[in-house]
Design a protein around this ligand. Structure first.
Ligand code: GCO
Length: 476
């Protein structure tokens, strides 16, 4: 592919795509995760249930038991996907629903729900894409050390085997983990996410290696159980961009890229950690040896994480870029930019540049990419039975243009999933932030659903397999 000036220090502009159509067979979908939309029935507790009980952890005090009740209204939700024209639905299986305590006998009533949901999707011609770990670790496993304990990876593989044996006849796309990079940073360093540890760097290093190992072991199990399955992982894309030159900015950008991306993608795609990260694992091993403990990274691990037959696809979730200022600091508020209700800067161009950078960085090692999440939170209101979310429409169109730009530059992007179909419980933000393209009236006992304007625009995009049906005025 054409080198897009990686040496160029500042963000560059890409030409507006000449062709507003997506490739044939491009997959159009919507994404959710179990913990964020389902009721607390038929399941064991997860680390998020425990975390949410700690006062002050969830803004507005929203209890994760209050949701849009997808278990009860799943048929209605699948019908909405059908109306949208979605070809795929990315959902997650909650490990504590499948196995209440994360090990042992599967929980039949939990399994029955997924069985019904998947049958319903197949009946309506919507392909289920399943994430096996979307952050809701069974609480019992956290008590045994959680992801700091290597056994969790093995238990994950056992759980995956059970899921694939049951659903593998109907499910062909599997994502082992959702965003291990965000899970590690927010769960072990900032403490904003479960398991809520602050500055626990060594714990984060251990957890990351075991998460990646779980991915590799899970992938092995899926491939053994289902020969035509496609397996990938989902990573949050954090493009780092500098707006002014200074050696500090340069060094800081380098560090953030390594921590945010290469720490994860290098082992997954190249089979080795970046050198400084490797150094830290080596130092940890040396200390472990003194105490007669086994090293974190053991012989053979890297071949499990990155086997000869590499993963089939990479899922990319994109919401915002990391902007580094002159002093090398990370800032969320870039003057002159628009921000979402989460306070995240809107920058579609960084999605295109980020994808191109990935391709430049990993070349042939980069498998086909699916945008497994993209979307925004906004303060939407129902007026006369309608929800006009113009900002989300603009957002989606701009980001789809960015995907087209990346495709035009040679990145193999096979599909796009909007986050989210429906209003979700947004982790520490509880129910305060609404990412849905379908509005949910939480005051009504039936949790009445109303498609927003963005739903209809996305429906047009899907129908036309491109932006051709979108009024030109919207193509900014
Ligand atoms: C993530 C998760 C989702 C979030 C969404 C919006 O990326 O953080 O996969 O569960 O809800 O991204 O923050």
């Amino acid at each position: 592919m054409r080198k897009h000036k990686r040496k160029q220090f500042f963000p560059y502009s890409l030409p507006y795509p000449g062709n507003l159509s997506f490739p044939d067979k491009f997959i159009w979908g919507v994404s959710t995760s179990d913990r964020q939309i389902t009721e607390n029935i038929d399941r064991g507790l997860s680390i998020w249930d425990a975390f949410a009980m700690i006062s002050g952890k969830i803004e507005g005090g929203y209890d994760p038991r209050i949701t849009c009740e997808h278990m009860r209204y799943y048929k209605e939700d699948v019908a909405l996907m059908k109306q949208l024209g979605a070809g795929a639905y990315r959902l997650s299986i909650a490990w504590p629903r499948w196995q209440s305590e994360g090990l042992g006998q599967p929980n039949q009533s939990g399994i029955d729900f997924y069985d019904r949901l998947i049958d319903q999707l197949c009946r309506l011609g919507i392909d289920p894409w399943i994430t096996l770990f979307h952050w809701d670790l069974p609480l019992e496993l956290e008590c045994l050390g959680g992801w700091q304990n290597r056994d969790t990876a093995k238990r994950f593989a056992d759980y995956v085997f059970s899921v694939v044996s049951k659903l593998g006849d109907r499910v062909k796309h599997w994502m082992t983990l959702n965003e291990p990079n965000i899970f590690a940073f927010q769960g072990y360093l900032s403490g904003e996410f479960a398991p809520g540890k602050h500055g626990a760097w060594l714990a984060a290093f251990r957890a990351v290696h075991h998460l990646l190992l779980a991915h590799g072991m899970g992938m092995q199990v899926i491939r053994q159980a289902s020969s035509d399955a496609k397996v990938g992982i989902v990573v949050k894309m954090l493009p780092v961009e500098t707006l002014s030159y200074s050696p500090l900015a340069h060094a800081s950008a380098h560090l953030w890229r390594m921590l945010g991306t290469s720490w994860f993608l290098d082992p997954l795609l190249r089979g080795s950690y970046p050198l400084p990260v490797r150094g830290i694992y080596d130092a940890m091993s040396a200390i472990n040896r003194l105490g007669r403990h086994s090293p974190v990274v053991r012989a053979g691990d890297m071949e499990i994480i990155c086997p000869k037959k590499r993963m089939d696809f990479l899922g990319i979730d994109y919401y915002f870029r990391q902007v580094i200022n002159f002093l090398g600091q990370w800032r969320m508020h870039v003057p002159g930019s628009q921000h979402t209700a989460m306070g995240w800067e809107i920058c579609a161009a960084a999605l295109a540049r980020g994808l191109i950078r990935l391709k430049e960085e990993y070349g042939e090692l980069l498998p086909i990419v699916y945008i497994t999440e993209n979307g925004m939170a906004s303060d939407d209101v129902l007026v006369n039975g309608q929800v006009n979310d113009q900002q989300r429409i603009d957002y989606l169109i701009d980001h789809l243009i960015a995907v087209l730009q990346a495709i035009a530059a040679g990145v193999d992007v096979g599909g796009y999933f909007v986050w989210s179909l429906i209003r979700n419980w947004e982790w520490p933000k509880g129910l305060l932030k609404d990412f849905g393209i379908v509005y949910v009236d939480f005051k009504s006992p039936e949790r009445t659903r109303t498609p927003k304007s963005s739903f209809y625009v996305y429906q047009d995009v899907i129908r036309g397999n491109g932006l051709i049906y979108v009024p030109l005025s919207m193509c900014r």
